[in-house]
Write a protein that binds this ligand. Structure first.
Ligand SMILES: [Zn+2]
Length: 293
C-alpha cells in the first residue's frame, strides 16, 4: 500500500470522527486499555479490518458509504498510537490514539486454597479450559450485534469492577476480566443480547459457565452460575433467562461474573451497559414526620 492510500484513510477517519454517525445502539466509545474504540471509515464496500492480528467488528453507520469499526483494546495496552489494518477491499492503515487507565488493586481472601494454588492435577484441566475459551472467542459469525441496546444480565450491587489487579490471599494474580454483580443465589440471569450459546460447562475458575456468540467477534460470558438453563447450540433472544446466580468455581460468595469479549479481547462490560442500569438503588428512607411541639 502506498503512502497516498495510507494518508487518505487516515484523513478520512479524522474528518468523520467529527460527524455524528453513531446510529445504532453501540458500546460506549472510550479508547482506553480495556475499553472500546469506535472509528468511522468512508468506503463504498464494507471493509475487513484487523487490530493486533484479530478481526474486528465493522457495522454500517447512518451516513452513506461510511462504516464504523468497533474494536476492543487489551487491558495491557499502553498510552500510545495504535494501528488498525484494512485488508479488504484494499489495504490501508488507520492510526488511532489510546489513553491509559490505571486500574486499582483488589485484595481478596479465598477460603478454598486449591482455587488459589491449584494442585498439579488441576493444571491440565485449567489449560484445557483456557484452550476451549480461546477457541470459542476466535469464532466469527457475520450477524450484526449492535441493532438493539444491550441489557444488564442481573441487577444488583457491583462488587468488583473490571480491570482490577487481583491479589488473592496475598498473591498477585491475573487482572479481573469481567464485572461482578452481587445478587442472591437463584436470581435469574438474562442474555445481554441475542445470540447463540456456544459454550456451556463447569470450569475450574469460572464454575458453571455460559458463553454466547453475538456475531462480529462479540461474545458475552456468564460465570459462577448455580444452574444453567440453556444448551449448547441454542439460539437465545435478548433477555432469555440462561441460568441463575450461584457461587460455583473460585468465588467469595454468590455473584454473577459477566465478561464481554470483542476481537478476542476482554473489555469493560460498563462500555455496553452503564452502571446506573445495573445497580439497584436502596429505597429512600421515609421522611420522619415533624414532631409537633
Ligand atoms: Zn469476577
Amino acid at each position: 500500500m502506498n503512502f497516498k492510500t495510507k494518508a487518505l484513510i487516515f484523513l478520512s477517519s479524522l474528518f468523520l470522527s467529527t460527524v455524528q454517525v453513531f446510529a445504532s445502539p453501540l458500546p460506549y466509545n472510550n479508547p482506553i486499555n480495556g475499553g472500546v474504540a469506535i472509528i468511522p471509515i468512508k468506503m463504498i464496500q464494507k471493509p475487513e479490518v484487523f487490530y493486533k492480528d484479530k478481526r474486528v467488528a465493522v457495522v454500517p453507520s447512518n451516513v452513506k458509504d461510511t462504516w464504523l469499526i468497533i474494536a476492543g483494546i487489551p487491558l495491557e495496552a499502553k498510552n500510545s498510537i495504535q494501528e488498525m489494518f484494512v485488508t479488504k477491499p484494499y489495504k490501508g492503515v488507520i492510526p488511532f490514539h489510546i489513553n491509559q487507565k490505571q486500574y486499582k488493586k483488589q485484595f481478596l481472601s479465598i477460603d478454598n486454597k486449591r482455587k488459589v494454588d491449584p494442585h498439579p492435577e488441576d493444571e491440565q484441566r485449567i489449560a484445557q479450559e483456557k484452550e476451549t475459551m480461546s477457541a470459542a472467542f476466535a469464532a466469527w459469525q457475520a450477524s450484526q450485534p449492535f441493532k438493539s441496546k444491550f441489557i444488564a444480565p442481573v441487577k444488583g450491587r457491583i462488587s468488583s469492577q473490571f480491570g482490577l489487579q487481583r491479589i488473592l490471599n496475598n498473591k498477585p494474580k491475573n487482572r479481573h476480566t469481567g464485572l461482578d454483580i452481587a445478587a442472591y443465589t437463584g436470581t435469574p440471569i438474562k442474555a445481554t443480547a441475542k445470540g447463540e450459546v456456544i459454550v456451556i460447562g463447569d470450569f475450574f475458575y469460572t464454575g458453571n459457565t455460559v458463553i454466547i456468540d453475538h456475531g462480529q467477534g462479540l461474545f458475552s460470558l456468564y460465570a459462577h452460575l448455580n444452574k444453567i438453563n440453556v444448551s449448547q447450540g441454542q439460539t437465545v433472544k435478548q433477555g432469555k433467562v440462561i441460568g441463575t446466580v450461584g457461587a460455583t468455581g473460585r468465588v467469595t460468595g454468590p455473584h454473577l461474573h459477566w465478561s464481554m469479549i470483542m476481537n478476542q479481547t476482554f473489555v469493560d462490560p460498563l462500555m455496553f451497559v452503564p452502571a446506573k442500569e445495573i445497580v439497584i438503588k436502596p429505597k429512600a428512607k421515609p421522611k420522619k414526620a415533624k414532631k409537633q411541639s
